[in-house]
Write a protein that binds this ligand. Sequence first.
Ligand code: SF4
Length: 409
Amino acid sequence: MTARSPAAASRRPTAGRSARVAPERASLPSGAGEGAGLYVHVPFCSAICPYCDFAVSVGAAPRREAFVRDLLREIALWREWREPFDTVYLGGGTPSILGAGQLGRLLDAVRSHLPVRDDARIFLEANPEDVAHEAVSAWRRLGVHTLSLGVQSFDDRELRFLGRRHDAAHAQGAVRECVAAGFDTMSLDLIFGLPDQSADTLRASLDTAVALGPDHVSCYQLTVHEGTAFGRRRARGRLVEMPEDEQAARYALIHQVLARGGWRAYEVSNFARAPRHRSRHNMKYWRHLPYLGLGPSAHSFDGARRWWNHRGIEAYRAALDRDERPVAGSERLTREELALEALMFGMRTTEGIDLRDFRRRFGVDIAARNRRFVGDCLESGLLERAGDRLKPSTAGLAVADTLAARLEL
Ligand code: SF4
């Protein structure tokens, strides 16, 4: 849909940095044991958006059905997974492109082969074009708690630029239908930072979102990736990205409008109306908790090792035909790499870094090691201290990656 793949967590952030973290294996974070996350990647969309760099393709009905059967085989191959799941996230791609019967078979298989808790939260990503009264009722009957709608904008011109198949009127109707259906959490995604997006059109989209009353809003900055249609347009000089200072101004505007409407940021791109609407699933990635990813390109993490599936559906299927898990590669993260990831994730969430837990896991007192820098950031208001936690403020979230990069281990 937009930007939530755990694949982002596989960056290796240590290059060129000095660290005092001993090389032995790190212990798990304090939240370990609260449940693992299960991610299921559905790699089909009705058309490919020009900015998309996910593993997706346009799949007609027979391809989709063949894929569901592949996924059922992969689920069965993970019967030995022991860590109970308290979240099941159907993402993509566009999982709502599958029929309710297919989604039901996947969820049944997940529940019968894997240790899914009775109180696990089920997440489903959907595109407005797939929202219809019958489909929404079926998703509710399947036990979906959180519905995440890929709206991206309520401006027709921006939607056309983004290559989306819905228009603003349809998006509004879809959000209303989903809000009325009574999901525990109704979430919508917006994209900001389009090359010529004015503050006014962004404000209008945000105002519309606020008026529609979702429980959760994700606002992702448009990223132009090489190899995408936008990347090729940029290479030919036909697409110029929004300058950084304007991006920062748009980001500040998002916080301003959403905070006024009652949505508080809890992560760089994510806003919730109340703590219970925060994404329990995405928290797994940010808290360094275990997750299992199924489907092409999906990534998994067990606390120390990360592995990923084949990206192409043919290679993915060929492994399953051999009765093998379709894993393409893996890496064991060093204690230093884990520590740097924990810093990076911590600075991107309002939970920040639990200094005591960080010291227990990695043997480094971050506040003491960075006394001057942390002091300056506390004084300038980029960081805040609450007991054992060092947290980015709203202004700090805007420069989260820079803060993480400046903290020494
Ligand atoms: S809806 Fe568009 S951006 Fe989202 S996964 Fe499909 S092609 Fe990519």
